[in-house]
Design a protein around this ligand. Structure first.
Ligand code: NAD
Length: 288
């Protein structure tokens, strides 16, 4: 298949390389020359004009920083420039309203489009083990599935347009909340004279057990190897957690949902990100 890939940064670079490995002919566009150079090394054909990159393709995949950029790229360079039958897949994490707006604009001129944000970081993007949460019609999902499967271990249909983004931000709001809760429990346990390993051994088989504790423990030397064991380097940056919590709070406001803990998690991560945006989000334990 001929696939245009727009946005070959930390995530998109590895994803495009996996499409090449799966036998696709990948036409890459990014504003950064360094990203294009890396894409060439991974077997992509590179372009300095996005409209040229999308010409004659069967599908367009994008992995971009935010909703404003996604809207501008699709409005200016993809819709009306990619062939009519091309399937459009946006894998960026963006707000639900913009995702729905761009998909409606594409649909109004005959393109099938899905929002397909991911769970999993740079290692999963490189390793082809992302989870995709896909919003769009059943027909568009059926066409998107094999393309996304070449970049991930799970491809799940969430529902209509925008529900992929909804799943992503609800999941990450919950993650932000239970990470802070887990950090608070370890900090309190220690203050009460409980050894962190002993608390882990008890809580990990009791009702406090959760993913932040047993798969991503914020305490160095406890549980599996995590960013905590590497000075909180790598992993999922605090700045990206804050981005997702802000998107969740925006969505809560527009939909009238009540999310007091999500809002509190946003405030805690906002304060922490001011100085530590590049550290893994589990490093929030160092503030407790
Ligand atoms: P990044 O900043 O590393 O990559 C974004 C790329 O887009 C850059 O190479 C940039 O040059 C390019 N770009 C920006 N504007 C462009 C334009 N107009 N046209 C073409 N290219 C343009 O970001 P990333 O970490 O790869 O994240 C991409 C998306 O994936 C974001 O929406 C992010 O929230 C989401 N995400 C990231 C992670 C992660 O761990 N990094 C995990 C899950 C989801």
């Amino acid at each position: 298949m001929k696939i245009a890939f727009i946005g070959l940064g930390n995530m998109g670079g590895g994803m495009a390389a996996n499409l090449v490995k799966a036998g696709h002919d990948v036409r890459a566009f990014d504003l950064a020359e360094a990203a294009l150079a890396a894409a060439r090394e991974n077997g992509c054909e590179t372009f300095t004009d996005p409209q040229e990159a999308v010409s004659g393709v069967d599908a367009v995949v994008s992995m971009l920083p935010n909703g404003a950029i996604v809207k501008a790229v699709y409005t200016n360079d993809v819709i009306g420039h990619a062939p009519q039958g091309a399937l459009l897949l946006d894998c960026s994490t963006i707000d639900v309203a913009t995702a729905r707006e761009v998909i409606a604009a594409a649909d109004s001129v005959g393109y099938a489009m899905v929002d397909a944000p991911v769970s999993g970081g740079i290692a999963a993007a490189n390793g082809g083990t992302l989870t995709f949460m896909v919003g769009g019609t059943a027909e568009a999902f059926a066409r998107a599935q094999p393309i996304l499967a070449a970049m991930g271990k799970a491809v799940i249909h969430a529902g209509d347009a925008g529900t992929g983004q909804a799943a992503k931000i609800c999941n990450n709001m919950l993650l932000g909340i239970h990470m802070i809760g887990t950090c608070e429990a370890f900090a309190l346990a220690q203050k009460l004279g409980l050894d962190p390993q002993t608390f882990y051994d008890i809580s990990s088989v009791s009702s406090g057990q959760n993913w932040s504790m047993t798969s991503y423990c914020p305490v160095p030397g406890v549980g599996p190897v995590t960013p905590a064991d590497n000075g909180y380097q790598g992993g999922f940056a605090t700045a990206l957690m804050l981005k997702d919590l802000k998107l969740a709070m925006e969505a809560a406001q527009t939909s009238g949902a009540t999310t007091p803990l999500g809002d509190h998690a946003r405030a805690i991560y906002e304060a922490f990100a001011a100085e530590n945006g590049g550290l893994d989000f589990s490093a929030v334990i160092t503030t407790l």
